[in-house]
Write a protein of this length. Sequence first.
Length: 336
Amino acid sequence: MKRQLILGALASQVWALEPRYMESMVGLLQRWAAGTQSPEVSAEIEAAQAARAGRKQSNAAVGGGIAVLPLYGVISQRASMMDDICGAGGTSTERFTQAFRDAMADDSVGGIIIDIDSPGGSVFGVADLYDEIMSARGVKPVYGVVNSLCASAAYWLGSACSQLIAVQGSMTGSIGVYTQHVDMSGALEMEGIKAQYISAGKYKVEGNSYGPLDEEARAFTQSQIDAYYSAFTSAVSKGRGAPIGQVRDGMGQGRCLMAADALAAGMVDAIDTFDGAVKRMSKAMKAGPNAAALQVDVVATAEVAAPGDNPAPPLPDESAGQRAAARARALQLASA
């Protein structure tokens, strides 16, 4: 029954989730609901969950005043229902927000690294967590590490980080949102089942799965998708300091990009290892709280870019000038 409820949720929510991951989850749930899931697949999921637990323990030992917060698996407001179908586990925006606030309030924590390995998820709760990260990065340096997937809702959140670093072989992007309408009427008819709603309110049962989607319902649904897409792209524009046109007409246009392409598109700031990101964070913390508040990492991106990678494109003149001034101020503070 739990998996059937999850299937219903998949069909009814608005998702900022890499579509191929959605297809995999639906297929897995359908097999489980039919009692045909193989033991081998279940064993693979258990192994992936064990690996995730080990990764969290390893990250917790980074030390040096750096808190590492995992952002793994499918993102939702309350992610516990996803844990048994997602090998990487799920991330609850509610739980993550609390962990993030705890790290911000901890005087022994000088910087936060968000370790990102997520295909995205539900749009619910993401905008609030984005605002939390944006407001915090002026107090302590907040770095995101694409390690190794930062797609859709995960990139929505990653774009709020003061620095976003991609590891080699990683994938970043999938900027977009969607929902589904599943017309079950034909399948029910074959089973001799006819379902009807008895309702009050003109649009109360609009878009239900017991019939086709009419044009009025389709138009309303599209307006909701457009509104979420606008919120998503506006957030990326603000977080990355990029024009909205660059976000919508570039940055993959819904595709995930490999590390070098993401760097060239201005979606990430550098290509480095996770350990390299930790070193960058340590240097930023040594620059002092004032430099951190200026959102500047005193380690130049060029120092960690892999050989042959394309440099990030320049930002608009005003944004580039502001960043240059901030960087100069940070270096002055660091050497004071």
